[in-house]
Design a protein around this ligand. Structure first.
Ligand SMILES: C[S@@+](CC[C@H](N)C(=O)[O-])C[C@H]1O[C@@H](n2cnc3c(N)ncnc32)[C@H](O)[C@@H]1O
Length: 225
C-alpha cells in the first residue's frame, strides 16, 4: 500500500465524512441501533457519539490501522464499551454466531471488495431477530447518472480507497439473504454520481441464520476502550 492510501487518504476520509449532511444523517439513523452492536467499516469512529443508551457495547471492525488510530480517540471519549478490531469484514470475525443485535454500516459497502462475503459474515453474527442498519451511497436510478457512475468508477476507485460508485446496494444486501424492511433513497447535496443514498434496515429470518460451527476465535487485533 502506497503513502497516499496509507497516510493521506484516511485523513481525507475523516474530514470528508463529517460534513453537514452526513452528520445530520448519523444523528438521525445511528440511534436506531440497540444492544450489542457490530459496526462494519467503523473508520475514524464518527458514529460513536450518536449511539443511544439502548446500546450495550460496540465492536468496530475496519482494516485500516490509520483510520482506527483516529477512532481510538473517539472510542476513549465514548460512554459505551468499544472494542476495535483491525481486519476486513470479509474475514471470519472473532465474534460468536448469533451474538449481535444490530449491525451498522455507513458509507462502507461501496469500499469492501467482496461485499457479499462481508454480508454473509454479518448475517452469521446477527441474532435471528437482529437488524442491519445501513446508510450507503450507490447506483443511481436514472440512466444518465448511472452511466457517469460506470465511467467514473475505475478512476474513482483508485483515488477513493476502492470505492465503487455504481453498486446496487439494495440488490447486494438482498442477494446476501437479507430482507429489506425499510428503505429510503435520495440524493444528498453534491455531485450526483457520488451522492445517491440508500438509508434503511435489513432483517434476517431465523431459518436463514443457521450456522455450522464457529470460525476460529482469536484475540489478535482486538483492543478495548
Ligand atoms: C468512506 S469510509 C466510511 C467510514 C465510516 N463508516 C463512516 O461512516 O465515516 C469507508 C470505510 O470502509 C472501510 N473498509 C474498506 N474495506 C473494508 C473491509 N473489507 N471490511 C471492513 N471495512 C472496510 C474503510 O477502511 C473505511 O473506513
Amino acid at each position: 500500500m502506497g503513502f497516499y492510501a496509507r497516510f493521506v487518504l484516511p485523513r481525507i476520509i475523516d474530514v470528508a465524512m463529517r460534513n453537514k449532511d452526513t452528520t445530520r444523517l448519523r444523528a438521525e439513523w445511528i440511534p436506531k441501533a440497540t444492544g450489542n452492536v457490530l459496526e462494519v467499516g467503523i473508520g475514524s469512529g464518527l458514529n460513536l457519539p450518536y449511539y443511544s443508551r439502548e446500546v450495550t457495547q460496540i465492536f468496530g471492525v475496519d482494516p485500516s490501522p490509520e483510520l482506527l488510530k483516529l477512532a481510538r480517540a473517539r472510542a476513549s471519549a465514548a460512554t459505551h464499551r468499544v472494542e476495535l478490531i483491525t481486519q476486513s469484514a470479509e474475514q471470519p470475525l472473532p465474534l460468536e454466531s448469533c451474538s449481535i443485535d444490530t449491525a451498522v454500516m455507513t458509507w462502507t459497502l461501496c469500499s469492501i471488495p467482496n461485499p457479499s462475503r462481508a454480508l454473509e459474515e454479518i448475517k452469521r453474527v446477527l441474532k435471528p431477530d437482529g437488524r442491519l442498519v445501513f446508510m450507503e451511497h450507490g447506483r443511481a436510478p436514472g440512466d444518465q447518472v448511472a452511466r457517469w457512475q460506470d465511467r467514473l468508477t475505475p478512476i474513482w476507485k483508485r483515488i477513493a480507497g476502492g470505492c465503487d460508485l455504481n453498486r446496487r446496494i439494495e440488490a447486494v444486501i438482498q442477494g446476501a439473504g437479507f430482507r429489506i424492511a425499510e428503505l429510503k433513497t435520495f440524493y444528498l447535496p453534491g455531485p450526483r454520481p457520488m451522492t445517491f443514498t440508500y438509508q434503511g434496515f435489513g432483517e434476517i429470518g431465523s431459518e436463514d441464520n443457521v450456522h455450522e460451527g464457529n470460525p476460529a476465535m482469536t484475540n489478535r487485533n482486538r483492543e478495548q476502550f
